[in-house]
Design a protein around this ligand. Sequence first.
Ligand code: NAD
Length: 497
Amino acid sequence: MTHAEILAAAGLSTAELTGGTLPVRSPIDGAEVARVHETRGPEMPAIIARSQAAFRAWREVPAPRRGELVRLLGEELRAAKAELGALVTLEVGKITSEGLGEVQEMIDICDFAVGLSRQLYGLTIASERPGHRMAETWHPMGPVGIITAFNFPVAVWSWNAALALVCGDPVIWKPSEKTPLTAIATQKIMDRALARFGDAPEGLCQLVIGGPAVGEALVASKDVPILSATGSTRMGGIVGPKVAARWGRPILELGGNNAMIVAPSADLDMAVRAITFGAVGTAGQRCTSLRRLIVHRSIRDDLVARLAKVYGKLPVGDPRKAGTLIGPLIDMGARDRMLAQIEKAKAEGGKVHGGQAVEGVKGGAYVTPALIEMPGQTATVCEECFAPILYVLTYDSLDEAIAIQNEVPQGLSSCIFTLNLREAETFLSAAGSDCGIANVNIGPSGAEIGGAFGGEKETGGGRESGSDAWKGYMRRQTSTVNFSAKLPLAQGVQFEV
Ligand code: NAD
């Protein structure tokens, strides 16, 4: 299909694709595919006010009924999966199966949220006073601002929106300025679900388009009590304190520098497959991409030789073509940053395999993935470079491996390959990985939606998606009811008048 056919199949009209100020290029060939209209700063107060008005109505709708809207969204996404997946490929350069996988993730979180809409449970708590009952209730919180990164242009919105909507919160989405088209197409899918739902308040799900300045309006507004921001640690360092300063609730999902420890007992065939997907899948542009390989000295040479062989034959090219495993980076800037990072690693003693620019389809930022044997965990290794670079480090004892793993400022995802139960459990223990995600015999990327997703330290501390992440979108109210005829005080305090 041509670019134009993919855009048309996703329901984007000429009016939406032309006449605006924001150019959109496909990383496949660098071609400009649209110029979309940006939201202007003066429009933001009315958008936020609409969201507040929608909140006042939506919070009164019973949660299972709110779940019905998300069920319809899931249905619409199922119907649009092929077209939206193809648009993800066009706009971000993901290979076809990963573009479709991203939409599947949206469908999965909708299913999860529908069930959740009947399970927003609070606790009953034993009161120390006779004739008293204590309970916790979860209430909707208000508009949720959702700022998303380019690399999961639609799934991250759905993780937030599906939960927020069943929790009783409206959403205002500001996608990456690099990926407005998938956002516009997703908003249309949402609009179809809203039309079928019938009586949702106007302004329940809004989309704003533009760069940081548009996001800033959400960050600054007291009328947006929850601000979910996914992107670089640099962005989180600006946004997080601003939201906290106005007493808002930030949910930060920032950069990672994810590691795998490969122990002597590891099944190396499995490890090689997991390493390859983790490090080069999505062209190394996942927050959970594998960036550091911490290998036991006894198996290091064998593993590096196997990896170098696999790396040498990985198909790089047009992400739409069957068989391609590595598509383009998002743009030439990303390619330049990768090549510069490799030079820095070399200067620090790194021995590089791969890591070269390749001429793919003209105009795209295609690279071969880099495997870099490092003499130690240098300053460059401690930085997240959003590209397929995998540093190989060596360890002698598990304690040392865990220390290397935890030494970096980021704390998103981690894993160990071992068949030794003691090593696996130590890695998962309080003295083990300090990351939000810690896996055994599975790579660090490709999380399922059922678990809470997020990381510690400079990854921001936020949690989204499954488990009890929904609590981040609600306010907790503790209530004590006295059904006795006396008024005893807690802790035995006497105050007779
Ligand atoms: P980015 O930080 O450049 O941009 C992310 C979003 O933040 C964009 O929508 C951008 O417009 C907005 N933004 C930037 N500065 C802002 C400001 N001052 N105020 C308000 N909004 C602002 O990130 P990117 O290049 O799009 O994405 C890659 C980064 O995202 C990587 O660091 C990756 O690890 C991270 N990421 C993290 C997760 C996670 O869940 N932890 C998921 C995906 C991506």
